[in-house]
Design a protein around this ligand. Structure first.
Ligand code: CS2
Length: 454
């Protein structure tokens, strides 16, 4: 007997491993909510998922093995560049009431320092000029335009990316784009559409060929598109929806009046530590998060980073202990079942650092207190950008161009990048960061970690 199919009521932009391992495992617990996945770039995920009718295995990686679960939330998939009009039509389907996004930091096409749409970007320019878009803000604006023209109610837009105030950022870029297309459309969106912010959390390493083979052995089924994830999961969403919505609270999400303290805790403690490990851990010769934190010096460095530099900048979220949160993070990072590559986390640093490290440094400068561990992480990132070989980071070429023979000049050039560093932060950290980065070019990363870890 085949199970009743779930009607498509959610369109997801940017269907990748994270959403399939996170949001879809919540939706799996509910009846009646199917997802149409959209890939904004390549056909690879669609082609692999299609082989099993979009049903796939989600494998929880425990220290002793894998717990497998079948997920059948995704009903179909579109590849936007193949047929952008089909994506607009899907967004204008009357049954759709929720649009979710995981398009990564750079997919919002915003200037990370200001949060506004980067209208100098050629693809954004094209989205303003043409009815068939390529970017997430373009699809949101044009999809809402089609709904408005058809006299349909709007949908709720729920970002699931690791950005601070991700709902407000999504709203800003959608409104900016809509305003260039038609100011009346922008006014309608501003009045009718809600963009709740959310904090999402689950460690999802890239699926490897070994994972695929192991899942096939365990399940007896060949799945070309499984996802692997840690057992932990958390989804905290602002209570700000319009229309009919899945009962995410029943599925385990926390719906709260204000996600800001949860989001700041997670972005600064988890993602901030991840980025610090990605740069400093790789310089020290480690390949994965678990390998890096198994090292005593690295683990001691993280304790200083969390307890002495990050936690003092945080507001404690309801029913949370920041000390317990740090301890839980350490055991999540140390999970030997997870091969989370530092190179995966290191990508797109220019888009990640403002919310992961720079905001914390700003708060410390305003209120006093040491920033040694934070500055060392920043210096590690600068060292990484010298040889950044992949051009995934939209600022990779610019960053490489900042490197000079004099390390102080390099720091000066990097801190002049106003899309990343706001005033007066750059002026305030020029001298101490130059010292740390100069030292890092002379000494080993391990020796530098040891100095901070006391
Ligand atoms: C990681 C995140 O790749 C990265 O930048 O820091 O993907 C991290 O694993 C998740 O945010 C955990 O929720």
């Amino acid at each position: 007997m085949t199970k009743a199919k779930r009607p498509i009521r959610i369109v997801h932009l940017g269907l990748g491993a994270f959403y399939r391992a996170h949001a879809c495992t919540y939706l799996q617990k509910l009846e009646g909510w199917g997802v149409l996945g959209v890939s904004l770039r390549s056909a690879a995920v669609r082609d692999r998922m299609r082989q099993r009718g979009y049903r796939y295995t989600a494998a929880a990686l425990t220290p002793d093995g894998m717990d497998l679960q079948q997920i059948d939330v995704v009903q179909d998939m579109l590849v936007a560049p193949e047929d952008p009009a089909a994506v607009i039509n899907a967004l204008a389907e009357p049954a759709v009431s929720l649009v979710t996004l995981t398009v990564t930091e750079k997919g919002y096409c915003h200037d990370p320092a200001t949060g506004t749409l980067n209208t100098n970007h050629p693809v954004v320019k094209s989205d303003i000029a043409h009815a068939l878009p390529q970017t997430a803000p373009g699809f949101l604006a044009r999809g809402l335009q089609a709904r408005r023209a058809a006299g349909l109610p709007p949908f709720t837009v729920l970002s699931c990316d690791n950005l601070p105030a991700n709902g407000a950022v999504t709203r800003r870029v959608t409104l900016d784009l809509a305003n260039h297309v038609d100011p009346d459309l922008a006014a309608w969106i501003a009045a009718e559409v809600t963009f709740p912010s959310a904090m999402v959390d689950r460690i999802v390493p890239a699926t490897t060929a070994e994972d695929i083979a192991r899942i096939a052995r365990l399940s007896g089924n060949m799945d070309a598109a499984p996802v692997v994830h840690e057992p932990f999961t958390q989804w905290v969403i602002t209570d700000d929806f319009v229309g009919d919505l899945p009962d995410l609270a029943t599925a385990g999400a926390q719906i709260v009046p204000d996600i800001a303290p949860f989001e700041r805790m997670k972005l600064r403690m988890l993602n901030g530590a991840h980025s610090a490990l990605a740069y400093l851990g790789s310089l020290a010769g480690f390949a994965t998060v678990a390998d890096a934190v198994a090292d005593e010096t690295v683990a001691a460095y993280l304790q200083v980073l969390w307890h002495e530099e990050i936690i003092p900048t945080l507001k404690v979220p309801p029913d949370t202990s920041l000390e317990d949160y740090a301890a839980a993070l350490m055991s999540r990072f140390a999970n030997p079942g997870i091969q989370h590559r530092l190179s995966q986390i290191a990508m797109d640093g220019s888009q990640k650092l403002p919310q992961r490290l720079l905001g914390t440094i700003e708060d410390r400068l305003a209120h006093g207190g040491r920033i040694d561990a934070l500055l060392l992480a920043l210096a590690g990132w600068i060292a990484y950008t010298a040889n950044q070989s992949d051009d995934a980071d939209p600022m990779a070429a610019k960053l490489r161009g900042c490197h000079a023979s004099d390390p102080r000049q390099t720091v000066h050039n990097i801190l002049s990048l106003s899309a990343i560093f706001k005033d007066p932060l750059s002026a305030q950290i020029t001298a101490p960061l130059s010292d740390v980065y100069t030292d890092l070019t002379k000494k080993s990363a391990r020796a530098m970690l040891a100095t901070v870890a006391h």
